[in-house]
Design a protein around this ligand. Structure first.
Ligand SMILES: [Zn+2]
Length: 191
């Protein structure tokens, strides 16, 4: 798998002066000498919905790169003033047309497998607000949205979605090889 390296800034985004490499606890953090800016290189926060209905799981097919054509949990990046739970509900609605409510605590996982950069995802269990309104309509970043039987899921785009489902006892496979540095992965059922 392609693991994105953190790209370090060269110039201060506020005053455009060259940044100085300051080492903090073994990590180099480019820093503006005038005090405007220090690059910490945090993973980007994202949120996903693990929406189940009976023995089915709601998935979307990605319309855009990275991983266009592959299936994934509905989700996306957290906006500046959003709670991650709000992000999960919003993204499920945008990508599937379905209104859901969060039913439990999120699983927080780091994904090193996104070529855009590392992601910290909050994976929320969720359910339909109205079980009768259960017909998905793809939108936004998704060109298909469907209920899949949990016993027969397609390969998933993001390795952290596979791990999140694993913690919930749902077996899935990643479409790209797993990150060898990923920790706390549940053991596959056949080992
Ligand atoms: Zn500056």
């Amino acid at each position: 798998m392609v693991v994105a390296e953190l790209e370090l800034y060269t110039y201060c985004p506020f005053c455009a002066s060259p940044l100085v490499a300051v080492e903090q606890e073994g990590t180099v953090r480019p820093t503006c000498s005038a005090g405007h800016f220090r690059q910490y290189g945090n993973p980007a926060p994202a949120a996903n919905g693990i929406v189940q209905s009976g023995t089915d799981l709601l998935l979307v097919r990605r319309a855009r790169e990275p991983f266009a054509g592959l299936w994934a949990l509905p989700g996306g990046f957290v906006e500046w003033d959003e709670d991650p739970a709000e992000t999960a509900v919003r993204e499920v609605l945008e990508e599937t047309g379905l209104a859901v409510g969060i039913t439990g605590l999120p699983l927080l996982l780091l994904d090193r497998g996104d070529p855009r950069g590392n992601t910290l995802s909050a994976n929320y269990p969720a359910e339909l607000v109205d079980p009768r309104q259960n017909e998905p309509h793809p939108g936004d970043d998704a060109d298909d949205a469907r209920w899949w039987p949990v016993a027969n899921l397609p390969p998933l785009a993001f390795e952290n979605h596979v791990r999140a489902l694993g913690y919930m006892g749902i077996e899935a496979a990643a479409a790209v090889p797993a990150d060898p540095k990923a920790k706390n992965s549940p053991a596959p059922a056949d080992q």
